[in-house]
Design a protein around this ligand. Structure first.
Ligand SMILES: [Zn+2]
Length: 233
């Protein structure tokens, strides 16, 4: 079917990386967007970001689902109110796997996305996982996606669904630059792990994001509660 625009499913949490990934998917394919709420602290804000990003990118086909398994299991600062979201102090990715890691989360997300892709006849699943320069989550490593690809090949009706990770080898500053090139709606994205009104500016996700914009020589358009943080990192 040469010339036909392929269909895809893109996982869109509403954060910076998934916002860039969705913009890439929307340019390359007829994209459908999937959002998963899993009892994380900022789920309401992330859901709003998801809807707004889809509107901006003209992604009409979208689905927001809930996964209760991850919060029932807990074990992460994002889903367990008994574990505090730590402040980041410059050692991100160097001190083992942080408490913000949600155990095996991306497998749940990918499973849902592949199920939907198979039903839609989509041939790609996009996910904005980043290995370098990030928090060191084990389900963001290239080997994990290569292995998951094998699972998809063996476990779907016809195979032929490709897991696409356009950001996996990029540094965070490169993701910002790519996003600016493809028209990613950074103003609508939400990355903060702990707050929903203004981004806290001190959690690991905020610090990574601010550092990325700073290194890219660009201003982050979202509001921060700690306006001086960009000077401290
Ligand atoms: Zn934050």
């Amino acid at each position: 079917m040469a010339g036909e625009i392929p269909r895809s499913v893109v996982l869109l949490s509403g954060g910076m990386d998934s916002g860039v990934c969705a913009a890439v998917a929307a340019r390359e394919t007829e994209a459908a967007a999937l959002h998963v709420s899993y009892g994380q602290r900022t789920e309401g804000r992330e859901r709003r970001a998801f809807e707004q990003i889809c509107d901006r990118l003209n992604i009409a086909r979208r689905m927001a689902i809930r996964n209760d398994v991850l919060s029932r299991i807990g074990g992460s600062a994002l889903t367990d109110r008994g574990i505090e979201v730590p402040e980041a102090h410059g050692q991100i990715g160097q001190a083992g796997i942080p408490v913000t890691y949600v155990p095996f989360r991306n497998a749940h997300f990918l499973a849902a996305a592949v199920s939907w892709a198979e039903t839609l006849g989509a041939t790609r699943v996009y996910i904005g996982a980043v290995e370098q320069d990030s928090s060191g989550y084990p389900d963001c490593r290239p080997a994990y996606y290569q292995a998951f690809q094998q699972v998809v090949n063996a476990g779907t009706r016809e195979g032929g669904i490709e897991i696409v990770t356009p950001l996996i080898a990029l540094r965070k500053a490169e993701i910002v630059k790519l996003g600016l090139t493809v028209g990613a709606p950074f103003d609508l994205t939400w990355s903060c792990y702990s707050r929903e009104d203004k981004a806290c500016g001190i959690c690991e996700s905020c610090v990574l994001r601010l550092r990325a914009f700073s290194e890219a020589g660009s201003a982050d358009p979202i509001p921060y509660a700690e306006p001086l943080v960009s000077h401290r990192i």
